[in-house]
Design a protein around this ligand. Structure first.
Ligand code: NAD
Length: 252
């Protein structure tokens, strides 16, 4: 499929996990992709693998919690690949702990990455999209935002914030033909989930049993929804939230 032919995409947190699967999918549909991550060496290796398929990909160092880095990354992507058509806010991070055991230092870090990160990247990229009168923004939230998740109070709050933020941005930017949508993964087998659930594999098993499709998600499961929101197939769809979680969450 080449519905993203020559589109330029930036995917944050694309060195590994869901972000890497998204970058690979967008590249396989013809996009030129920038893999933006704090883990620059891993991002470079992942970009090289994508290039080996004949697609165009670059790695860009970016800490999404810093607005000036987001602006610098957007500048670099536009210089090397051209005007950015697609922004995927995927970078995320969490430590699972009961809320009453957490500290303001931990809250600040979780908020800086999971909430301020997408704000910084939207600020850096959306003004460019606005001046061109087109663009696609897709943010990765979480089913934790929709139904809560024990041990993830601050993270779930950030992810819920992303939904409210995205719906508002969708309204503000529709006049510039910019679409803003959200994808919510359920529990998905990545490094983040492994670390979060270390020593609690039994909980993970029972979580999988509670999913109508009776398995955890794989990074590739998320990519079709993101590619849809990144493509012209979704030109008349904005401010929407789609769970990709095997039916775990069925919002009315
Ligand atoms: N895995 C799950 O079960 C699950 C469930 C719901 C939502 N999500 C969300 O999906 C997204 C991807 O998560 P994943 O499971 O692939 O995690 P992961 O840990 O495998 O990958 C996250 C990537 O983000 C990068 N990153 C972290 N902090 C960053 C920062 N400050 N700036 C730039 N990059 C940064 C990491 O280096 C890593 O490459 C996250 O937003 C996460 O919250 C994951």
């Amino acid at each position: 499929m080449t519905r993203l032919k020559d589109k330029v995409a930036i995917v944050t947190g694309a060195a590994q996990g869901i972000g890497l699967a998204i970058a690979e999918r967008l590249a396989s549909e013809g996009a030129k992709v920038a893999l933006a991550d704090i883990q620059i060496e891993a991002a470079e290796q992942s970009a090289a693998k994508i290039c080996a398929t004949g697609a165009k990909a670059i790695a860009v160092r970016l800490d999404v919690s810093k607005l000036e880095e987001a602006i610098a990354a957007a500048d670099r992507v536009e210089q090397e690949l051209g005007p950015i058509d697609i922004l995927v806010n995927n970078a995320g991070w969490d430590v699972v702990k009961p809320f009453l055991e957490t500290t303001p230092e931990l809250w600040n870090k979780i908020i800086a990455i999971n909430y301020l990160g997408p704000l910084n990247c939207c600020k850096a990229v959306a003004s460019r999209m606005q001046s061109r009168g087109s663009g696609k923004i897709v943010s990765i939230s979480s089913d934790a935002a929709r139904v809560g998740s024990t041990g993830e109070a601050v993270y779930a709050g950030c992810k819920a914030g992303i939904i409210g933020f995205s719906k508002t941005l969708a309204r503000e930017l529709a006049r510039y033909r910019i679409n803003v949508n959200v994808v919510c993964p359920g529990p998905t087998e990545t490094a983040l989930l492994k670390t979060a659930m270390a020593g609690r594999e039994k909980v993970l098993e029972s979580m999988a049993r509670g999913i109508p499709f009776r398995r955890l998600g794989q990074p590739q499961d998320l990519t079709g929804a993101v590619a849809f929101f990144a493509s012209s197939d979704s030109d008349f769809v904005t401010g929407q939230v789609l769970s990709v979680s095997g039916g775990l969450t069925m919002a009315g």
